[in-house]
Write a protein of this length. Structure first.
Length: 81
């Protein structure tokens, strides 16, 4: 009996199994998407009621999480090839 090996990004929606054709990954597209997300980090400003700017952290964390998901998805796709 064999134990399945977990693959990066297997938990993400839209993943293909080994019997389906893998989606190709264009490095320039991935780079552009991650750069676009990271460029929005500087635009996140605290609200006027937030005296110490602590409310910015969750919003920036959400953007970083989305960029991370893009990278994990790309790695998972490449790993299936």
């Amino acid at each position: 009996m064999t134990t399945p090996i977990p693959r990066p990004g297997a938990h993400l929606p839209g993943q293909t199994n080994s019997y389906e054709k893998a989606v190709s990954v264009e490095p320039a597209e991935i780079h552009a998407e991650v750069d676009g997300l990271l460029s929005t980090l500087g635009d996140v400003m605290p609200s006027p009621e937030d005296q110490h700017g602590a409310g910015v952290i969750p919003r920036k964390a959400h953007i970083l999480e989305k960029a991370h998901d893009v990278l994990v998805q790309a790695l998972a796709t490449v790993d299936k090839v």
